[in-house]
Write a protein that binds this ligand. Structure first.
Ligand SMILES: [Zn+2]
Length: 261
């Protein structure tokens, strides 16, 4: 297999998967724009064999119709009236065979209600197409789901092998680390990560994919049982917080307003 990521739109990464080196068939994840997908297909001499979608937001879906005018291919994704192009609806527990590869579908509500993620266990290392759930040192905004749903989704993802590469959809890592340091100013791994990711961005390199192990050590949204995270969340809220969902909701709200005084 080969996996290509490339920047698109303002802050997105799109992921193009060629499951079999001996076949030109390729699958695009979340094409929010068709033109950069066409360019990548051409550059790597691939042909589009299918479209894989995680959730309904425009920056993940706006290129679908345009691509379907050129390629008569299946569209995999969650069942949602907001994504009428889906031909093969998927839900948590399903598997998706792409050539010789099999992806596991995980229900991950929180950012949106229908959001799903795709886990590829049999690659070295494993990959998670997390879209707008886990980001580098952050997570997606809570547009539709509850804090409890989001926490459950993230906990499910945290059970994956630590060497899993987190193939998410946005380059927000530097800003997210700055926020994370407000939550955990004493997290030395986080400080180290800040230096490394800044170095990458200075060279215009992506910070994505990261690994689950790195996220577990540095991402405050996965660390809602850590003493310092709880203390910071309680300080922000001005009250005692008694569950992981409450801690998560507090830091998610804090991040939504971060930098706006
Ligand atoms: Zn989204």
């Amino acid at each position: 297999m080969r996996l290509f990521s490339f920047p698109a739109l303002q802050t997105n990464y799109f992921w193009l998967l060629q499951p079999d080196d001996n076949s030109a068939n390729a699958y695009i994840f979340d094409p929010g724009d068709a033109e950069p997908v066409r360019q990548q297909l051409k550059q790597h001499e691939l042909t589009l064999a299918g479209i894989v979608v995680t959730h309904h937001h425009w920056d993940h879906t706006d290129g679908i119709d345009d691509l379907l005018t050129d390629f008569n291919v299946p569209v995999y994704g969650p069942s949602s009236p907001k994504i009428p192009q889906i031909t093969h609806p998927l839900k948590g527990g399903d598997t998706l065979a792409l050539g010789p590869l099999t992806l596991e579908v995980l229900d991950t509500p929180g950012h949106t209600l229908e959001h799903i993620a795709y886990f590829l266990p049999n690659s070295e290392p494993p990959r998670l197409f997390s879209a707008d759930n886990i980001f580098g040192a952050g997570c997606g905004r809570m547009f539709e789901g509850s804090a409890e749903q989001f926490v459950n989704s993230l906990q499910q993802l945290c059970q994956l092998p630590p060497d899993t590469l987190i193939c998410c959809s946005h380059e927000y890592t530097i800003d997210s680390i700055q926020f994370a340091l407000s939550v955990e100013p004493n997290n030395l791994e986080l400080r180290k990560r800040q230096e490394e990711e800044k170095r990458k961005r200075a060279q215009r390199l992506p910070t994505i994919p990261s690994s689950l192990a790195l996220e577990l050590a540095t991402n405050p949204f996965l660390r809602t049982t850590e003493v310092e995270v709880i203390a910071s969340a309680e300080h922000y809220s001005g009250r005692r917080l008694t569950s992981e969902s409450e801690v998560f909701a507090a830091i998610r709200h804090w991040k939504d307003n971060f930098g706006k005084n």
